[in-house]
Design a protein around this ligand. Structure first.
Ligand SMILES: Nc1nc2c(ncn2[C@@H]2O[C@H](COP(=O)(O)OP(=O)(O)OP(=O)(O)O)[C@@H](O)[C@H]2O)c(=O)[nH]1
Ligand SMILES: [Mg+2]
Length: 443
């Protein structure tokens, strides 16, 4: 990489009481520390106490400095970390001093991008870092750490290595087809490619576990108006996120709350009650509710227990195999409560008082775990990876059916490139901006 300008960012700041960490990376990072501290560079990778002053000699702060000479640093460049007192005046003085020394504020994700460009990590690891910073539940954190450790990178690099070797064999066969090449090479390559295509197929058939874990499992609360859907959402969320009223047709838009369910991320959505709409806004709300019913991974279909034995038609129509039936307003029930509705287990609750909520939440939790928990194999975590593995598998299947070895070799090359794009080994220049933009500044 061409020598780049030294960048800096406040990598973490804990406000007035805490420690603020400034990170500098680039060719003049060491020189900058010398100028600010008025001392030679400290021992590498050792926290050293420094008194920093700006160019005019005015003291900025008394803190710690760490010196990481490249290439054995996070970005591969010379890196300096300054641990100073939190607080706005220090931040303003440090920023002014660094700008005066011709450093430039870093863009979001720029440190990680430099690390990627220096070959310190691959794209899946870079993405995992962004995931780790954004992780809200324990399961998300574990998944991000596994990926940061290189689990996905190793899998894709292994596959890509096998593909490149197969391609070389097939091409050798083409180039030397008149000469005495050991027989059976074609069959051997065919065998290996079939195994790889099958491995990719089973990797793709992971039930989207990794993506769910990143984005959260989508749970929709559905049912007729006034059955207590919004009350249920508020009860589960533990706060008044949605408006509750005795008027049917209160909820119009979709209201989402993010939950941590036994360490697993869930996006719980309240929706408009399903009925013949009385006006345009309600109609749009109902359209959105139906769309969410389609896309949700689990739905809680709510009925009014006060109306038993009558059960609302719109609700019954939604009791598919991803549904849990909820009989709300248990306190108003006069008829016996059915344990099962349309073959779905029915949970009787009172959203108003909280009765029965433990059993319902336990069911929701075990459903979420069934969807999200798998073995230890690394899982796809992003649509970007999924698309590339799908492309690789399709190309491999084509190569197995290709009439000519030249065509087979070309398809194997396409498959290898698709995998190379995931890890960033090939062809990624135009994607990088997109990927690193989602990082925060200082990472
Ligand atoms: N008695 C009793 N009343 C309840 C219970 N849950 C909700 N309600 C009442 O039922 C009414 C409707 O509640 P909401 O939560 O607004 O119902 P909803 O399904 O969201 O209604 P829409 O948004 O209009 O579709 C309110 O007056 C609530 O106080 C319950 O468990 N018992
Ligand atoms: Mg509502």
């Amino acid at each position: 990489m061409a020598a780049s300008r030294t960048i800096f960012a406040l990598a973490s700041g804990a406000g007035r009481a805490g420690v603020a960490v400034y990170r500098l990376s680039g060719p003049t990072a060491g020189q900058t520390l010398i100028q600010l501290s008025g001392r030679p560079l400290p021992t590498p990778r050792r926290a050293t106490r420094v008194r920093l002053a700006d160019v005019s000699g005015e003291t900025i702060d008394d803190g710690l400095a760490l010196w990481f000479p490249g290439p054995a640093s996070f970005t591969g460049e010379d890196v300096v970390e300054l641990h100073l007192h939190g607080g706005r005046a220090v931040a303003a003085a440090v920023t002014a001093a660094l700008l005066a020394l011709d450093l430039r504020p870093a863009e979001p994700g720029e440190f990680t991008r430099r690390a990627f460009e220096a070959g310190k990590l691959d794209l899946t690891q870079a993405e995992a870092m962004a995931d780790l910073v954004a992780a809200e539940t324990a399961a998300q954190r574990r998944q991000a750490l596994r990926q940061m450790d290189g689990a996905l990178m190793r899998l894709y690099d292994d596959w890509r290595g096998s593909l490149l070797r197969s391609q070389a064999h097939i091409e050798a066969e083409i180039d030397f087809s008149d000469e005495d090449l050991p027989v059976g090479l074609g069959a051997e390559a065919r065998q290996r490619l079939t195994e790889l295509a099958d491995a990719m197929a089973s990797h793709l058939a992971d039930g989207r576990r990794g993506e769910y874990l990143r984005d959260g499992l989508s749970v929709a609360i559905l049912g007729a108006p006034n059955v207590g859907k919004s009350s249920l959402l508020n009860r589960i969320a533990g706060r008044d996120a949605a408006i509750v009223s005795a008027t049917a047709g209160t909820t119009r838009d979709i209201i989402e709350v993010h939950l941590d369910l036994a360490g697993y991320p869930v996006v719980l959505a309240d929706t408009a009650g399903l009925r013949e709409a009385t006006e345009a806004v309600e109609e749009e709300g109902i359209r959105r509710a139906r769309a969410r019913a389609e896309s949700a991974d689990i739905s809680l279909v709510v009925f009014d227990a006060g109306e038993l034995p009558r059960l609302d038609e719109a609700g019954l129509a939604l009791l598919g195999n991803r549904a849990i039936a909820v009989l709300n307003k248990l306190d108003l029930a006069r008829a016996p409560l059915p344990p099962v509705i349309s073959g779905r287990p029915a949970f009787a609750v009172s959203a108003a008082s909280g009765t029965g909520m433990d059993a319902l939440l336990a069911e929701l939790e075990s459903r979420a775990i069934a969807v999200l928990e798998g073995g230890g194999a690394p899982v796809l975590t992003r649509a970007r990876h999924r698309l590339a593995v799908e492309e690789a598998e399709a190309a491999l299947r084509r190569s197995l059916n290709a009439g000519l070895p030249e065509l087979a070799a070309e398809d194997v090359r396409v498959a290898a490139r698709a995998l190379g794009r995931i890890t960033g080994r090939v062809d990624v220049e135009q994607m990088l901006d997109l990927i690193f933009r989602e990082f925060c500044i200082g990472k």
